[in-house]
Ligand binder design. Sequence first.
Ligand SMILES: Cc1cc2nc3c(=O)[nH]c(=O)nc-3n(C[C@H](O)[C@H](O)[C@H](O)COP(=O)(O)O)c2cc1C
Length: 453
Amino acid sequence: MSSRSSMVLKRNLLSTSKQVSRSFATSGKTCSIFTNNSKRTTKIQPKKIVLQSNLFGSLAISIGALGIGLYCLDARSAVQEYVFCPLLRLATSAEDGHKLGIKFLKYGLAPRLFSDHDDEILQVDVFGKKLKNPVGMAAGFDKEGEAIDPVLDLGFSYIEIGSITPEPQPGNPKPRFFRLPQDDAVINRYGFNSSGHLSVLSTLRVRFERLLSANPNATNNSFRDGKLLAINLGKNKTGDEIEDYVKGVQNFGPYADVLVINVSSPNTPGLRNLQSEAKLTNLLKTVVLERDNLPGELINPNLKPPVLVKIAPDLTEEEIKSISIAAKAAKIDGIIMSNTTVQRPVKKMITKSDVVRETGGLSGKPLKEISLRGLRTLRKYTKDSDLVLVGCGGISSGKDAIEFAKAGATFVELYTAFAYKGPGLAAKVKDEIVSELKKEGKTWMEIVGSDDK
Ligand SMILES: Cc1cc2nc3c(=O)[nH]c(=O)nc-3n(C[C@H](O)[C@H](O)[C@H](O)COP(=O)(O)O)c2cc1C
C-alpha cells in the first residue's frame, strides 16, 4: 500500500470513529466512553452494553410474546370475538367452521378461561340438584359428545349433547348451514346428522371410565359438582315415532344427568307433528315409563334422569296449552322453549340477501323475541305445576338471560351467540348476570318467574 493511500485510509477511519462517537453522544447514552480516550473503556464497555441491551431486548420481547400469547389464549379476550371469530368465518364455510370449533375444543387447542369462579347468587336449584350457574350450552353444538369437558371448562354449567339418532344417518345434503352475520344469526337444515347411538355410546363409555378412576366419588354424570350432562334424543328420518326415543332412554339413561326428547327440529319431516296433544302424551308417557324402568344412573344407581321435552317456538297459544297438558299428564320434569324457528322476522332483520330464504331453522338474535313470547305463554299454562322451564333462543347476554328467567326459565341455554362471540361468552354472560342481580339485590332463584307478580 502506498504511503498516500495509507494516509487516506487513516483519515477515513478517524472520521468514521468521530461520526460514531458523535452519534452515540447524540443518542445520549454513552458519550463519555468514546470522548475520553482510555483504551479500557473504548474496548470493553461497548460490548458489555451491546450484550446488556441485547439481553434486555430479548427479555422484553419474550415477556411481550408471552403476554400476547396468554392474551390470545384467554377465552375472555376481545381478540376472540373481534379477530379470531371473524377470521374463522372468512376462512371456512359455516359447517366447516363448526367442525373446526369442535376439533379445537376436543384436542385442547381452543382458548381457555384462566379463572372461573361462580358467584353464589348464580346458584340454581333444579331437579333436586344444584347448578353452579344458570348458563348452558344448547343441543346441536356438540352432537357427538366429543367436547363435553372442554365446553364445561368454558364456564357452562350444563351441556346438552345430541341430537342423537338410533342409527347413523348423514342428514340433509350440503350446503345445510348458513351464516347471517349482520343479524348474529344462522339458518340450519342439518336434518339430524348423527353417528348413531353405538358410536356416541362408545365415546361416552371411554369418558366415563377415564373420569371414574380419577373421581370415584363423583355424583353427576358430568363428573363436576354443580354441572349437568344432558343427552338430547332424536329419531331417524325413517325411524319409529316411539321406538326411537325408547331406545334412546334405554341406551343413554345411565350416562345422562338429564334426558331431552326433541320433537321440534324443523328439519326432520313430520317430527313437529309429535307435538300434538295426543301423540305427545303417548310418547312422553312411554318415555317416562322407560326412564322409571332404568336400573339407575351409572354414577348413582339411586338416581334416574329427569326427562325434558324440547318444543318449537312456532306454536300457537292453543298448541302450547295442549303441550302443557301432555307434559303434566305424562309427569315429565320440564320443557325447553325453544328450538329454531321456521319464521323469518325479516322486517326486524338486517340481512337482505337470499340467504334469509334458505329452508331450515333460524336461530340467534332474531329468534329471541319469538322464543321469549313462547316461554311467557308456556309459563301461563305451567305455573300451577312443578314443571321446570328452560329458556333458549337468541340469548347472547346476561340481560337476555335475566329476561328469560323473569319470564319463568329456571336456567337458560345458548348456541348461536357462542359462534359469533367466541369461547368467553358464558363467562361474560355470567359476569353480566351477577352485576344485574347485585343492582337488584336479588339472587338468580329469586328472579325466576318474577314477571308473574
Ligand atoms: C347448527 C345448529 C344445529 C342444531 N342442532 C340441534 C339438534 O340436533 N337438536 C336440538 O334439539 N336442537 C338443535 N339446535 C337448536 C339449538 O339447540 C337451539 O335450540 C337453537 O339454536 C336456539 O338457540 P340459539 O339461538 O342460542 O342458538 C341446533 C341449532 C343450530 C344452530
